[in-house]
Ligand binder design. Structure first.
Ligand SMILES: C[S@@+](CC[C@H](N)C(=O)[O-])C[C@H]1O[C@@H](n2cnc3c(N)ncnc32)[C@H](O)[C@@H]1O
Length: 315
């Protein structure tokens, strides 16, 4: 899977997290360094402005995290079917929704909701979903046509949209992705959860650093407690935490991030202890230490936490 640029008719991507009004942070920083005194006839004043994604709300995330030569997000290859099949799932920080849609298509979730703080990304995710749903129908039509004719079809789905190749959409069994997947703009650490909202599987991939830099240790604890509350007993929490070494690179995205970086006490190597000893998860499985097909720097371990039956809310 590779989506390096938004397709031409995709909604125009907003630069920052449009929906996030409470914590106004600039998504733009003057770039070009130094500035002034270059005597270049005014050209120097036209400083390039560098786009800064304060929540990790990148527009072209999958373009640089996934090797061009692989056919699906490497994380989908190592996930177990039993975590998703016929389950109600939640994907926190879903970005453009490609992993969310991929999980639904490959593993046949009962339902999956993708939430992201950035309304522009949610728009793109919905656009991807509509596109995938149309494609899904083309596959079903083609499968029917193939059964009644030997001629090769021109509208082979792999040729139509190679960039959305997460999951097996060509097995001919009709699973209406549009009814299964939904997206919602939400700041997960700030929103209230209703008592009726419960999931069997919660996925949080490469999001912890952004929550940590923007909301500090309190944000991380809120994230974990909320995930625990939203999970049904017997459910799983799948997390891909970024290592502490990668925080340094992003600590200057905003003043808030800089301040939090300097005051964070709970480093990511403590997450496991907190989830097991304080939050209430009973066991952890480290699924992989090496993700094949991931670009260097993205081959992070993925941890799966189990909430056993008969365990209630954490205090
Ligand atoms: C680095 S991307 C990871 C995308 C995706 N989970 C994946 O691994 O393919 C981090 C995503 O988390 C989202 N995000 C950051 N803070 C969030 C919050 N408080 N609530 C919801 N989404 C958030 C960002 O907008 C961004 O899309």
């Amino acid at each position: 899977m590779a989506t390096t640029t938004a397709p031409e008719d995709a909604p125009s991507a907003a630069k920052g997290a449009k929906g996030e009004a409470k914590r106004k942070q600039s998504n733009w920083r003057g770039g070009g360094g130094g500035g002034g005194g270059r005597g270049d006839g005014g050209q120097g004043q036209k400083r390039k402005r560098k786009e800064v994604f304060v929540y990790g709300n990148y527009r072209n995330y999958y373009g640089y995290r996934i090797d061009r030569n692989v056919d699906e997000d490497p994380r989908l290859k190592i996930f177990k079917r039993e975590w998703f099949e016929s389950k109600d799932c939640l994907d926190i920080g879903c970005n453009q929704g490609l992993v969310t849609i991929g999980l639904a298509a490959k593993f046949k979730c009962q339902s999956i909701l993708g939430v992201d703080i950035d309304s522009g990304l949610i728009e793109t995710a919905n656009w991807n979903l509509r596109r995938m749903s149309r494609l899904d129908k083309v596959v079903v039509e083609n499968t029917k046509a193939h059964k009644s004719s030997d001629s090769p079809s021109e509208s082979c789905p792999e040729k139509v949209a190679p960039e959305i190749s997460n999951g097996d959409i060509s097995n001919g069994s009709h699973h209406d992705i549009f009814k299964v997947v939904s997206f919602r703009r939400e700041n997960f650490v700030d929103s209230m959860c209703t008592s009726s909202e419960q999931y069997d599987t919660i996925v949080c991939l490469s999001v912890t650093k952004w929550i940590h830099l923007n909301w500090g240790d309190d944000g991380i604890i809120t994230l974990f407690v909320k995930i625990w509350r939203l999970l049904r007993p017997g459910g799983v929490f799948i997390m891909e935490p970024q290592p502490w070494t990668s925080y340094r690179r992003n600590r200057l995205v905003s003043e808030v991030a800089k301040e939090n970086f300097n005051t964070i006490l709970i480093h990511p190597d403590k997450f496991r202890e907190i989830l097991l000893d304080k939050i209430g998860f009973r066991s952890v499985e480290v699924v992989t230490d090496k993700l094949e097909g991931a670009v260097t720097g993205f081959d992070r371990p993925i941890e799966v936490y189990h909430k056993v039956m008969g365990t209630g809310s954490s205090s």
